[in-house]
Design a binder for this molecule. Sequence first.
Ligand code: GAR
Length: 207
Amino acid sequence: SCRILVMISGNGSNLQAVIDSCDSKMPGRVVGVISNKADAYGLIRAHHAEIDTSCVIARKEESRAQYDARLQAAIDRYQPDLIVLAGFMRILSDELVSRYQGKMLNIHPSLLPKYPGLDTHKRAIEAGDSEHGASVHFVIPALDSGPVILQAKVPVFADDTVATLAARVHEQEHAIYPIVVRWFCQGRLKMVDGKAWLDDEAIGPNG
Ligand code: GAR
């Protein structure tokens, strides 16, 4: 069964969705949760599910390379087959990402390639977009630009605020992330030649 490691920084609602999807029909289980924040609520979710947790907190005057070396050690202790970034709000070095290439997924709150980076809901509202959403993608060294596996779209309404739009997107994130995790654990999902493949077919908006 697939050893899933989830990395978080905050609330961990996507972590919860992945935990909840690990029923008897899921060929995988969450073996650990790593947070870069000691007060991340997702750590409490992990405790409730009796999942092992680690915190790797950035130290003052520590370089990215030094932090990522400690993070890599923490990751490798879990011997994961799959790393699921779920609101992990730190940029990872190219070296660390390359080490887990094809085994690391991220969820991003926009219809990539639109709005990489932060404040995606605010940017979608300010641009007057009529639709917005979330994307699950393989992680590659370039930020928020790995091959997209699955997206969910939501409408943007005229009276939306960041909070109402974010809530609508979140609900979709919780639906699509477990689907992708399941595909991976079933051995159906791979990254080949920089593209996402499902059952030997290139998929995604650029498949
Ligand atoms: C999610 O909306 C996720 O898409 C976003 O953080 C939120 C985490 O929520 N990720 C990013 O912005 C990555 N740059 P959660 O902690 O409740 O799962």
